[in-house]
Design a protein around this ligand. Structure first.
Ligand code: FMN
Length: 357
C-alpha cells in the first residue's frame, strides 16, 4: 500500500477513535432546537397506539423518519462496524449511508467493508458516499458507477466539508469547479444525488445553488453535534504539537464555525415553502440530533426525515444501538400524542414556536 492510501485508512480509523474518546462537540454553539416548543394539545383525539411513524424515502416505505448517517468503511475493523449498523437498519426498516468510499477506488481490497452493508441490509435504502473535492477534481462516471454498484446504492451522497478539509492535516481544499461537476453527475448518474454537509450546515443560498445543479435531496447537517474542525484539530495537534496555524483568538471561532442545525433547517425549509421552484426538494435534518423530541421539532420545522452519526456511533460502541433508536422513536411518538398528530404528514403541519422570554 502506498503512503497516501495508508493515510486515508488511518484517517478513517482515527476519526472513529477520536469521536469516541475525545470531546469533539461544538462548545460555543448548540443545535438551536432547545429554543422551540410545541403547543400542548389537552384533547388530542387520537390513541397513542394508533400513531404511525412510517414514511417514504427514495421510493421505499421506511418504518421511521430517521436514518443512520454516513460514517465509515475502508479499513479492516470498519467492516464489523458497518455490518452492525446495517443489520440494525435492516431490522428497524430505516435507511443508512456508508462513509466516504474514496478508499474503495484506491484499493479494491477494502470494498468488502462497504459491500457488507448491502449484504446485511438487502431491503432498505443504502446510500453511497463521496466527498466534494473528489467530485470537483472530476471523478469519472465509471468510477462513480463503481461506488454505486459496490453497495447497490439507492442514491449517491456527496458530502460538503470545506471546514473539515481546512483543519485536516492532510486536507484537500480544492473545491473549485465543484458545482460545474455536480451538474454533470446529477445529469448522468443512474441514481439521485443527495448533498450533505458534515456539521456546518447549509444556507438557503447554497441550497439554491445545489438545486440549480439538479440536486433534489439536501441533508443540512448543521452545527451543534460533532465539530469536524475539532476532530481534525485533535489529529493535527497529535502530529504538529507546537505549530499554531491560526491566531488563538480566531481559533475558537473557527472550531465552532457553522450554521446551527435549527437555523439551517428553517432557512432551507423557508426556501422550499416560499418558492414553487424549490417545492420538490426533500430535506434531511441532522447535526447534533440527540433524541426523538429533536426529531419531532425538526419535522415540524420542515424536515422530511432526520439523521444521526455521532450518537449512533456512541450507542453502537456501548452495544445499545437498536435500543437507542427505538427510545428516540418512543420520544417522537410521545410528542405526536401530546400534539394530537397521528402521522408524519400531520406532524409536518403542526405549529411549533420559539419559546417565550
Ligand atoms: C466517525 C464518523 C465518520 C464520518 N465520516 C463521514 C464520511 O465519510 N462521509 C460523510 O458524508 N460524513 C461523515 N461523517 C459525518 C456524519 O455523517 C454527520 O454528517 C456529522 O457527524 C453530523 O451529524 P452528527 O452531529 O449526528 O454526528 C462521519 C461522522 C462520524 C461520527
Amino acid at each position: 500500500m502506498n503512503a497516501s492510501k495508508t493515510i486515508t485508512v488511518n484517517r478513517k480509523q482515527s476519526h472513529v477513535e477520536t469521536c469516541l474518546k475525545r470531546n469533539v462537540c461544538f462548545d460555543t454553539k448548540t443545535t438551536g432546537f432547545e429554543r422551540y416548543e410545541f403547543t400542548h394539545n389537552a384533547a388530542p383525539e387520537i390513541n397513542h397506539s394508533d400513531i404511525d411513524l412510517a414514511t417514504s424515502f427514495l421510493g421505499h416505505r421506511i418504518s421511521y423518519p430517521f436514518m443512520i448517517s454516513s460514517m465509515t468503511g475502508g479499513y479492516e475493523q470498519a467492516e464489523n462496524l458497518n455490518r452492525i449498523l446495517a443489520q440494525t437498519a435492516e431490522k428497524l426498516g430505516i435507511p443508512l449511508g456508508v462513509g466516504s468510499m474514496r478508499q474503495a477506488l484506491e484499493n479494491a481490497s477494502f470494498r468488502e467493508s462497504f459491500s457488507v452493508v448491502r449484504q446485511s441490509a438487502p431491503s432498505v435504502p443504502v446510500l453511497a458516499n463521496i466527498g466534494a473535492p473528489e467530485i470537483a477534481q472530476g471523478l469519472t462516471k465509471k468510477e462513480l458507477d463503481t461506488l454505486i454498484d459496490i453497495v447497490r446504492a439507492d442514491a449517491l451522497i456527496v458530502h460538503l466539508n470545506p471546514a473539515q478539509e481546512l483543519f485536516q492535516p492532510e486536507g484537500n481544499t480544492r473545491f473549485k469547479n465543484f458545482l460545474t461537476q455536480l451538474k454533470k453527475i446529477t445529469e448522468t448518474l443512474k441514481v439521485p444525488v443527495i448533498v450533505k454537509e458534515v456539521g456546518c450546515g447549509i444556507s438557503p443560498e447554497t441550497a439554491k445553488n445545489l438545486v440549480e445543479k439538479g440536486v433534489t435531496i439536501i441533508d443540512i447537517a448543521g452545527a451543534g453535534g460533532i465539530s469536524w474542525q475539532k476532530v481534525e484539530e485533535e489529529r493535527y495537534l497529535q502530529q504538529f504539537q507546537h505549530e499554531n496555524r491560526f491566531s488563538p483568538s480566531a481559533l475558537e471561532e473557527l472550531l465552532n464555525w457553522g450554521i446551527p442545525t435549527a437555523r439551517s433547517l428553517t432557512g432551507v425549509a423557508a426556501l422550499k415553502s416560499n418558492n414553487t421552484h424549490y417545492r420538490h426538494i426533500q430535506i434531511i435534518a441532522s447535526g447534533g440530533i440527540s433524541n426523538g423530541v429533536d426529531i419531532a421539532k425538526a419535522i415540524a420545522l420542515g424536515a422530511d426525515l432526520c439523521a444521526s452519526a455521532g450518537q449512533m456511533l456512541k450507542a453502537l460502541h456501548e452495544q445499545r444501538l437498536e435500543e437507542t433508536i427505538l427510545t428516540w422513536m418512543n420520544d417522537l411518538k410521545a410528542v405526536m400524542f401530546l400534539t394530537g398528530t397521528k402521522d408524519i404528514r400531520q406532524l409536518q403541519q403542526t405549529s411549533i414556536s420559539l419559546k417565550q422570554g
